[in-house]
Design a protein around this ligand. Structure first.
Ligand SMILES: Nc1nc2c(c(=O)[nH]1)N[C@@H](CN(C=O)c1ccc(C(=O)N[C@@H](CCC(=O)O)C(=O)O)cc1)CN2
Ligand SMILES: NCC(=O)N[C@@H]1O[C@H](COP(=O)([O-])[O-])[C@@H](O)[C@H]1O
Length: 217
């Protein structure tokens, strides 16, 4: 994965100059909500153009709609096969002409058609310090292993599972007495701060990817 994406307008003076971002979710969308809060500042440099989900009961959809953000749902079960779903998701996202696609708790692996169009400008936030503990249950797996430090990772997604080039990481301690819920929530606090920072910098300054090396600006 290599390539370069230019910054948004030199001085993103407001929403009309901000980079368009599509956010993909499957659940409550607290990371998505943090981006909606951040974009209230015109200097943020990004605006959430749409929020998509793989299921209609994703709680974040209602939250986005309440704030006037267009939403869409593409469920795998509504399509003949996974490739048809991949095509449909790609078309839905394309409609919103994003500079950047962000997934946060989006519980589907996107396929080759999506990556052909958005690879290199599709980031995901994951609630562990990759490459440790990829997949659906990061905090649970970290707790079970007994690590003392975990955290969250933002990376450019590729065809693998949580294996793409890393943009940023933030460390979070595992405390005595933690269970999956307390650790997951502590990670989320740091994760949201990191995601807002990374999305803002990517959109304001642009980025380049050379192999596994990501450079912002
Ligand atoms: N091509 C890629 N797509 C996605 C990636 C990625 O790295 N490459 N990251 C995920 C997010 N993610 C962890 O951060 C993740 C999401 C989903 C799964 C998974 O096993 N999903 C199953 C179905 C699970 C379900 O619906 O309950 C599946 O896709 O069949 C693992 C990791 C976002 N997409
Ligand atoms: N690897 C998949 C996965 O578990 N992702 C995790 O889902 C949460 C979504 O929270 P949110 O819906 O409150 O933003 C996030 O913490 C994210 O790291």
């Amino acid at each position: 994965m290599s390539g370069q994406v230019a910054p948004a307008a030199a001085a993103a003076a407001g929403p009309t100059d901000s980079a368009r971002v599509v956010v993909l979710i499957s659940g409550g969308g607290s990371n998505m909500a943090a981006l909606l809060d951040a974009q209230q500042d015109p200097a943020f440099g990004a605006v959430v153009a749409a929020v998509g989900a793989d299921r209609a009961n994703a709680g974040g959809l209602a939250l986005a709609a309440e704030r006037g953000v267009p939403t869409f749902v593409e469920s795998v079960r509504d399509h003949a096969d996974r490739d048809a779903w991949d095509r449909a998701l790609t078309e839905q996202v394309r409609r919103h002409d994003p500079r950047l696609v962000v997934s946060a708790g989006f519980l589907k692996l996107v396929g080759p058609r999506f990556l052909a169009e958005f690879g290199g400008r599709y980031i995901n936030t994951h609630n562990t310090l990759l490459p440790a503990f990829p997949g659906m249950h990061g905090p649970r797996d970290a707790l079970a292993y007994g690590v003392r430090i975990t955290g969250a990772t933002v990376f450019f997604a590729d065809a693998g599972l949580d294996s793409g080039p890393i943009v940023a990481q933030t460390a979070v301690p595992v405390l005595d007495g933690d269970d999956e819920a307390t650790l997951t929530e502590r990670i989320k606090q740091a994760e949201r701060t990191q995601l807002v920072d990374v999305v803002g910098r990517l959109c304001r300054l642009g980025w380049s990817i050379d192999g596994r090396r990501v450079t912002i600006g």
